[in-house]
Design a protein. Structure first.
Length: 148
């Protein structure tokens, strides 16, 4: 049995200079249509260091949607981004085997998925794992099983 995505947390920050509706659209564009129909976005409202309003958007998915969302993201990344992810997978994971992929928010709004660390849409997959050792390789095999 290979690693299986069991949960997905999607989040993004809306800065005072951004349109919340456009950030939500970017977030939805990062997911397959079936998953967006099940999406319930929660909002947290905060103040930045200089008093500027910041909104934190977050949604959780379970069931078949995390797997389909991972397939969607991997299939829609350019090959060079996908290869960078596969070859450096350890840098995208934590010690519990959660996989973190950060996507360019502006490009996602334009329906183009690209890896980015700057002001991203953050996707965090939790996996059901069959073994404790070799987690990175197990998740790499699962990802490549979805999209080579």
């Amino acid at each position: 049995m290979r690693a299986e995505p069991r949960s997905l947390e999607v989040s993004a920050i809306v800065h005072a200079t951004e349109d919340e509706g456009k950030v939500i659209r970017a977030l939805m564009n990062a997911l397959p249509e079936a998953a967006t129909r099940k999406l319930s976005i929660k909002r947290g409202r905060y103040r930045g260091h200089h008093g500027n309003p910041i909104t934190f958007l977050r949604a959780d998915l379970r069931g078949p949607h995390p797997r389909e969302a991972l397939r969607h993201v991997l299939a829609n990344l350019p090959e060079e981004d996908r290869e960078a992810l596969y070859s450096g997978l350890g840098g995208y994971m934590d010690e519990s085997g959660n996989l973190y992929i950060r996507l360019d928010k502006q490009r996602a709004y334009l329906n183009e998925l690209r890896l980015s660390q700057a002001d991203p849409i953050r996707l965090k997959w939790g996996f059901r794992l069959s073994r404790v050792a070799g987690i990175e390789e197990e998740i790499r095999e699962a990802c490549k099983g979805l999209v080579p």
